[in-house]
Design a protein around this ligand. Structure first.
Ligand SMILES: Nc1ncnc2c1ncn2[C@@H]1O[C@H](COP(=O)(O)OP(=O)(O)O)[C@@H](O)[C@H]1O
Ligand SMILES: N[C@@H](CCC(=O)OP(=O)(O)O)C(=O)O
Length: 366
């Protein structure tokens, strides 16, 4: 088997084994499997949830679920979490590193490249990076919010071959198996569409975040970046090894054949959209079929607030999401030039500017 970079996301459901404390035997078993894969020459990156759960179990008095309380719990629990991982990996002489990220660390291209370089160096030195969201400082503007999406970002940063999301179910079912005992496992997904999203429910517990919804979002990002995603049950014996040998009971989201280049991968995972541009049918066709840039002529309407260089979403006349990309104009400028011929932009604005609204190199189709 080719040596691969594997990102393994461990949900709270796995790390607590459904209880309220970190489940050490479970963690021991996962570390053993990681060591086995490392022995085979693979690189491992862990995205580990569990800080909030660990924090909660250390407090002598119960505390609530407000954002501030969860941030406090994460601050209490993260130390214990990393200490445990460090102790367990040390049994195999494998050093670990802690990286705590927020969306802001991936949103800014420079910080993204720095995080990517750090990860690359860690893997080169045979270290297992253990990553979590920096919950204690992540305000709503800068937080990813769930470790499924974070793990897709990390998979892109690490240039991974595979993303494995370990949870308390064997994969994506036709309905939440906690609610519907007849739900069937979906073994393979080629493309995620609205019908599939409709099957994915929220977390079945108060400890998990996002349920299958956020796992599908993560798989969607990874697929487009050329990374295969597998959702599998963390409690199953030898599960990570089985996933690698393609014998696990799981859901596999195949990777797209033509993955995006580096900068477009960053666009896919990083910046938050601050506005929306609605375009006409002709422009939709030009963008989707011919890979063209978005011109002012095709812009029908603009909403939101953004300045030059901000990320915007692009929708068709029915409001369906088509693409996202970096806009060369502010929303005010765009309001003045929408529908214009490209050669009239300078006249409309009174100064020379870009002749495309979103360049195709700055755009990803969704
Ligand atoms: N269609 C579905 N297939 C499988 N699980 C689903 C589905 N819809 C909702 N779920 C729920 O998602 C939960 C897993 O997500 P979550 O609780 O966030 O776990 P984790 O902590 O591992 O991220 C499952 O326990 C299940 O109740
Ligand atoms: N960052 C949080 C976990 C957030 C999260 O996405 O949780 P989960 O759905 O259990 O993977 C923590 O360490 O508790």
């Amino acid at each position: 088997m080719k040596q691969q970079i594997i990102v393994i996301k461990l949900g709270t459901s796995v790390l607590t084994a459904g209880g309220i404390h970190l489940h050490k035997p479970r963690m021991v078993e996962l570390v053993r499997q990681c060591a086995e894969l490392k022995q085979q020459g693979h690189h491992i990156v862990l995205v580990s949830s569990g800080a909030v759960a660990a924090g909660r179990s250390q407090l002598s008095q119960p505390c609530g679920d407000s954002i501030a309380q969860k941030q406090m719990l994460a601050a209490i629990g993260q130390g214990q979490l990393i200490h445990l991982w460090q102790t367990l990996f040390a049994l195999y002489d494998i050093p670990v590193a802690q990286m705590l990220l927020t969306r802001a660390d991936v949103e800014h291209r420079e910080r993204y490249l720095t995080a990517r370089d750090t990860l690359t160096q860690l893997l080169k030195h045979q270290v297992v990076p253990i990553i979590n969201e920096n919950d204690a400082v992540a305000t709503s503007e800068i937080k990813v919010g769930d470790n499924d999406n974070l793990s897709a970002m990390v998979a892109i940063l690490a240039n991974a071959n595979k993303l494995i999301l370990l949870t308390d179910q064997a994969g994506l079912f036709t309905a939440d198996p906690r609610i519907d005992p007849d739900a069937q496992l979906i073994a393979q997904v080629n493309k995620i569409d609205d019908a599939l999203r409709a099957l994915a429910g929220d977390s079945g517990t108060s400890l998990g975040t996002g349920g299958m919804n956020t796992k599908l979002q993560a798989a969607d990002i990874a697929q487009r970046a050329g990374i295969e995603t597998v959702i599998a049950k963390g409690s199953e014996t030898n599960i990570v090894v089985k996933v690698m040998e393609q014998v696990a009971t799981s859901t596999t989201f195949i990777r797209f054949d033509a993955p995006l280049d580096g900068r477009k991968k960053w666009l896919l995972c990083a910046p938050k959209s601050t506005g929306t541009i609605t375009i006409d049918i002709g422009a939709c066709e030009a963008i989707a079929m011919q890979g063209a840039s978005l011109l002012a002529k095709g812009v029908m309407a603009v909403t939101g607030r953004f300045t030059r260089g901000d990320l915007v979403t692009i929708t068709n006349p029915d409001g369906q999401l088509l693409a996202k990309g970096l806009c060369a104009f502010s929303e005010q400028e765009l309001g003045m030039i929408k529908g214009c011929h490209s050669s009239d932009i300078a006249n409309c604005l009174g100064y020379k500017a870009s002749n495309v609204i979103v360049h195709r190199d700055d755009m990803v189709l969704l």
